[in-house]
Design a protein around this ligand. Structure first.
Ligand SMILES: [Zn+2]
Length: 106
């Protein structure tokens, strides 16, 4: 799931919608809708001056998703599982989790 940087549309892989974890999909929707809002405000979503895990637009989007995850009473470890993606190093996950005040045991 991602936002097209050219026109601000939300793009979703249909297989992910069919087979993905419902909670992950819900949190991704929150994350990506923050990017849609950022795009409509004229913000640069893919500012390469920042690493992905430090990019202000990503931190803001993850913060909204994590706030919702906490409202749902997900554990920090479950939130860490949500935050981690296969292309993210352990160090990147650690940096992202610290920025979001999530306690990841890695
Ligand atoms: Zn994002």
């Amino acid at each position: 799931m991602w936002v097209d940087g050219a026109d601000g549309h939300l793009v979703v892989n249909s297989r992910y919608l069919r087979e993905g974890d419902r909670t992950d999909i819900y949190l991704d929707l929150i994350h990506e809708l923050v990017h849609v809002s950022q795009f409509s405000d004229g913000m640069e979503l893919f500012d390469s001056h920042y690493d992905y895990v430090e990019r202000p637009t990503e931190i803001e989007a993850y913060r909204h998703a994590v706030n919702e995850a906490r409202r749902l009473e997900l554990s920090d470890q479950r939130i860490c599982n949500y935050l981690w993606t296969e292309w993210m190093s352990r160090n990147d996950l650690k940096r992202l989790a610290e920025a979001l005040n999530v306690n990841c045991e890695i």
